[in-house]
Structure formats: C-alpha cells, structure tokens
Design a protein around this ligand. Structure first.
Ligand code: C2E
Ligand code: CA
Ligand code: CA
Ligand code: CA
Length: 269
C-alpha cells in the first residue's frame, strides 16, 4: 500500500510538472504574441431595435498561435491577468480597436473589454487618452466594458476612475450584468451608459421565470435611470422579439452576427 501511495504521489507530481511546464510555455509564447503580430481583434455587431442598424461592434481578442492555431480568450486571458501580461495585451487592444474604428465609414462605436486588473492600474486614464489621441477617434465612439467585480472593493476610487473616463468623453458599459453581486440600487452611484445583461439570462429566459423576472427588473430600473440595456447572446428571432417587448434597446448575438476580422465584419443587416 505504501508503494502504491508513493507511485500515485509520483504520478501526481509528474502530472503537475506537465501542467506547470505547459503553463510556462504558454506564458513564454504569450510574451511574444504581440511583437510577433499573432493577436487579432474580431468584431461582433451590436444592433438597435428601432433602426435595425448596426450601431457598434464589440472587439474580442483572438490569438493566432503559430503551431496551436486559433486560441480563444478563455484560454489565455486568465493567464495574462495572473502574469501581468494583460497590461500590454490590453493596451494593444485599445490602440488597435481605436485605429480600426477610425476607418469605419459608418461611424459606429467600438467596445473594448477592460480587465479588472487594467481598471485598477493608475495609468488607465492616460492609456485611453493616448489611444484616442493617436488614432484620432472621437471619444464618444469608444466604449469600455467593465465587469461588476471592479465595483466590489475600493468603491470611491473606482467611482473616481469611472468619472475620469467619463470626463474623457468615452462611454462606459457594465458587462455580464446579473452574474456578480451588485444590487440594482447600487447602480445609481455609478455613471454607466449601458448595462449588458449576461448571456445566461437570455439563454434561460424561455423556460425560467426567474431569468425573465431578472431581465424585467433590469429593464424596469434602466428606464428610470436613463441607462441603455444591451441583451447579449441573442441567438434566435424569438429571443429578439421577446427582449424588444421587455424593453431591451440594444442587441448582440449570433442571431445578428458572429465576431469577425474587421474586413469581414457584418456591415448591413
Ligand atoms: P464577453 O465580454 O462577455 O464577450 C462576449 C462573448 O460571448 C464572446 O466570447 C462572444 O464571442 C460570445 N458570444 C457573442 N454572441 C454569442 C451568442 O449568441 N451565443 C454564444 N454562445 N456566445 C456568444 P469570446 O470572444 O470567446 O470572449 C470571451 C470573454 O473573454 C469575453 O466575454 C471577455 O470577458 C474576454 N475577452 C475577450 N476579448 C477580450 C479583451 O480584449 N480584453 C479582455 N480583458 N477580455 C477579453
Ligand atoms: Ca464584453
Ligand atoms: Ca459579456
Ligand atoms: Ca462574459
């Protein structure tokens, strides 16, 4: 039994070794990804209900790895956040998205995801300012998306950061709403222009009264606060119609279009 236990232990340490090595190798690759020009932004359309027009795009990161092929953000963003590489990746994304959006004839907005790690960095404001200045993009055409987690701690400091962003003239969206801990009333204290209802609620809406009740609570409150509501992950006509009826004003999801490289992005519905 003792021998067995030891073997198992050795097996586990070997396994951990393999994982640690894979992680280190990915970290090293990630370090070179920007300079080696392997990162791409894909753009997913955001539409509004009244005009049936594309009003903006969310920029979503993709890694074209030389040997592993296409790698999705879920596989590298957490590692980038742990290692601090998210600062250079995030800065690259911000500059790239602003430069790209500046070329769009339709004048649509571009939404860029900000990691909580970036949000807490004191250089964030000058970074955003720099991206706008260098690209020449009008500030109201840039939207930053942040998640609820950044609102949990250091509330005053975070409100200040949000106000500084607003002072630059950029739009602020609260992403993945409903998955975190913020209460609806809490939202009054923060200057959000938009709230994005998390995809899971849209997904569950048709067979969960609870999901529908949450969507109703969010749209109800948004009317009194003058905040626009984006429904994420809309995959069918039925969902689109229902969400319109519930008061959502902006829509994003595979029903309208998938994320694509800028030159292939959907431009008319
Ligand atoms: P997110 O910000 O919530 O982005 C929306 C995700 O939902 C995207 O996944 C998008 O491709 C996917 N999606 C859109 N419509 C549909 C739909 O109708 N059905 C389904 N099933 N999925 C849909 P993606 O591109 O894999 O990104 C995953 C997450 O990675 C993002 O979630 C965001 O949190 C993070 N991320 C992506 N790009 C960046 C970035 O540049 N910076 C940072 N910090 N995070 C990023
Ligand atoms: Ca987002
Ligand atoms: Ca989201
Ligand atoms: Ca998400």
């Amino acid at each position: 039994a003792k021998r067995n236990g030891r073997n198992r232990y050795e097996y586990f340490t070997q396994e951990m070794d393999v994982q640690a090595r894979a992680r280190r190798s990915m970290e090293n690759d990630l370090r070179e990804a920007i300079t080696e020009n392997q990162m791409r932004l894909y753009y997913q359309p955001i539409t509004n209900s009244e005009q049936h027009a594309i009003i903006g795009y969310e920029a979503l990161m993709r890694w074209h790895h030389p040997s592993k092929g296409l790698i999705m953000p879920a596989e590298f963003i957490p590692l980038a956040e742990e290692t601090g590489l998210i600062h250079s990746l995030g800065a690259w994304a911000l500059y790239e998205a602003c430069h790209e959006a500046k070329k769009w004839a339709g004048g649509q907005t571009v939404s860029v995801n900000l990691s909580p790690v970036q949000f807490k960095n004191s250089t964030l404001i000058s970074l955003v300012e720099g991206a706008l200045r260098e690209s020449g993009l009008e500030p109201w055409r840039l939207e930053v998306e942040i998640t609820e987690s950044v609102l949990l701690n250091d509330t005053l400091g975070n409100i200040r950061t949000l106000q500084n962003l607003k002072a630059l003239g950029v739009l602020i969206a609260l992403d993945d709403f409903g998955t975190g801990y913020s209460s609806l009333s809490y939202l009054r204290s923060f200057p959000f222009d938009k709230i994005k209802i998390d995809r899971s609620f849209i997904n569950d809406m048709s067979d969960s009264r609870e999901a529908l009740a949450i969507i109703r609570a969010i749209t109800g409150m948004s009317r009194s606060l003058d905040i626009q509501i984006t429904a994420e992950g809309v995959e069918s006509r039925e969902q689109f119609d229902k969400l319109k009826e519930e008061g959502c004003t902006l829509f994003q999801g595979y029903f309208f279009g998938r994320p694509q490289p800028s030159e292939l992005r959907l431009t008319v519905l």
